[in-house]
Every structure is written in C-alpha cells, then in structure tokens.
Write a protein that binds this ligand. Structure first.
Ligand code: DQA
Length: 139
C-alpha cells in the first residue's frame, strides 16, 4: 500500500516556525516515527512552497492508495489545488496541525474541504497519523 503525504508552504519550517502553534518537532523526524509505526506502508513525502508544484504532485499521485494533504496557507486560497484534487480518483484527506477554526477568520474557509474525502484538524502532528489510519482502514 502506498500513501502520499503532501505538505504546502512553510511546513518545511516545522520545529522552528511559530512553535506555540505548530510545536517544536520537525517534519522529517515525525515522518521517521510514522514510517516506524506503519512498516507495511510505502509512505511517499513531498513538500513545496510553490502552488504549481503541489498541483503537479497531486496529479502524479493518482495511483496512490490515498493522499494526506496539508496545503497550509493554500488551503484558504487555492482553487487550483481544489481542482487538482477533483481531477483524481484517489482518496484525499485534508489535515491541519492547528485548529484552524479557533484561529483568524480567514483560516475558517477551505477550498479543499468540499472536495476531499475527509478532514482531520487540530490534533497537532498526530493529525497525519489519524489520516493514515483512516486510509489504511479503508471505506
Ligand atoms: C495549517 C493551518 C494554515 O492556516 C496555515 O496557513 C498553515 C498550517 C495547519 O496545519 O495548522 O501553514 O495548515
């Protein structure tokens, strides 16, 4: 089974960026713990600060069993990423580390939520594990 994790802009700075909101662990070390937890899953990881690169990667991930997508700030702005999600048949779970609904108003809107299969918000980095669990469980 192959699961693709896609992180959007500024998530390369996890561990040092706004640690009061996003915590002090970087994504690479968290990814290692996910791989150790899900040894039977081929976890593919991509991060980009560039909208078009994220769109290209979504299009190229259509053969994955599922995509865990944290589009970060693009969540609230990108019709292009939403259209890319709509263009593929594979399951897509939107995740956010922080509870976007307890933050600024502009973070309450997601262009992705109406087009994804499920949403996991506000569990810190554990949001990613929960998304993986749901893809592995299927349904
Ligand atoms: C985020 C929430 C977004 O509003 C923000 O722009 C991010 C991270 C999260 O995981 O909590 O960069 O997607």
């Amino acid at each position: 089974m192959k699961i693709t994790i896609i992180n959007g802009p500024n998530l390369n700075l996890l561990g040092t960026r706004e640690t009061d909101i996003y915590g002090s662990q970087n994504f690479e070390s968290y990814l290692d713990s996910l791989k150790a937890l899900f040894t039977d899953v081929d976890i593919d990881y991509f991060q980009s600060n560039i909208e078009g690169e994220i769109i290209n990667f979504i299009q190229n991930s259509k053969n994955s069993n599922g995509i865990v997508l944290n589009a970060a700030a693009y969540t609230h702005t990108s019709v292009g990423i939403a259209d890319a999600v709509k263009s593929i048949n594979c399951k897509v779970i939107e995740v956010h580390i922080s509870n976007t609904f307890s933050r600024e108003e502009f973070r309450h809107n997601s262009y992705l939520s109406p087009v994804v299969d499920g949403i996991i918000i506000g569990f810190g980095l554990d949001s990613y594990r929960l998304a993986l669990e749901s893809i592995i469980k299927g349904g």
